[in-house]
Design a protein around this ligand. Structure first.
Ligand code: FMN
Length: 250
């Protein structure tokens, strides 16, 4: 997929909803019950609506033994449903596209009051019951349910200065806000494997693995943050995953 297809794929209303959902989202590991019928049908609808080419999401009741307990990580308990994020590796950049689609789904769930936790490692492959088409593979599963906690826990995050190559206080406000939205994004093992640089109206997203779920998640957060400003995307090269350009006011 050409990155420019992302410019208009999501509507301004979706982007605004996701921008507003970013501060409240966290990786929920304790659930108190199931979403109601209205929330579930909205989730199924979102799964159809947010997926970029080469990716799809299936929502289903959560098998009891889906999540694996690992030392030092709080076990996921009480998830009533899960989303299976599926990609077709024949599509170029399918891990990044799956990260974008999956995080759009996560933020949509957050805006419906449903808790989520991305899981790409600690789940039993054999417990996943979503049928796969030829060549498809599961990129990750996402735990779903009503969150047990009333308040989100504190976030452990790098400082903005650690993920920006130059002082973001000197950047245009949109680029600063996009960097802050990336800072709040979830990542595997909370590695936050991204760096941002700004020059000549362009915000660049760099990562050790330029094609990955984590990079796609960061792109979706940048996109939501800049949603009002007619963002224009292009893929980068090497460690630069993507460029985001907006038309700045004089
Ligand atoms: C792509 C991805 C994969 C993840 N895989 C796992 C996993 O296998 N097991 C797990 O317990 N948490 C997993 N997580 C959750 C992260 O550990 C969590 O997002 C991170 O610690 C930041 O926490 P926060 O989302 O509450 O801010 C994953 C998150 C992402 C984005």
């Amino acid at each position: 997929m050409d990155a420019s297809a992302l410019n208009t794929f999501y509507s301004p209303a979706q982007l605004q909803r996701w921008r507003e959902a970013i501060p409240g989202r966290y990786s929920c590991r304790a659930f108190s019950g199931a979403p109601d019928a209205g929330q579930l049908s909205a989730l199924h609808y979102a799964a159809q609506r947010v997926c970029l080419p080469g990716t799809r999401i299936a929502v289903a009741p959560c098998p009891e033994n889906l999540f694996v307990r690992v030392p030092l990580v709080e076990k996921i308990q009480g998830a009533t449903h899960y989303a299976c994020l599926i990609l077709d590796p024949k599509h170029p950049k399918s891990p990044t596209l799956a990260g974008i689609s999956g995080e759009a789904f996560v933020l949509e769930a957050q805006s419906l009051g449903i808790g989520t936790c991305w899981v790409s490692g600690t789940y039993r492959r054999g417990a996943v019951d979503a049928p796969l088409e030829d060549g498809e593979r599961v990129a990750a599963v996402i735990a779903l349910g009503l969150p047990k906690a009333a308040e989100p826990p504190a976030r452990r995050r790098k400082k903005l200065s650690q993920i920006c190559q130059t002082a973001p206080e000197g950047w245009p406000f949109w680029a600063y806000q996009a960097a802050e939205a990336v800072r709040q994004a979830p990542s595997a093992v909370n590695l936050q494997p991204w760096t941002l640089s700004y020059a000549q109206r362009t915000l660049r997203l760099l990562g050790k693995r330029a094609d990955s779920l984590d990079i796609g998640i960061a792109m979706l957060h940048m996109h939501a943050a800049a949603g009002d400003l007619r963002p224009h995307w292009a893929w980068g090269e090497g460690k630069c995953a993507a460029h985001l350009i907006v038309e700045e006011q004089a």
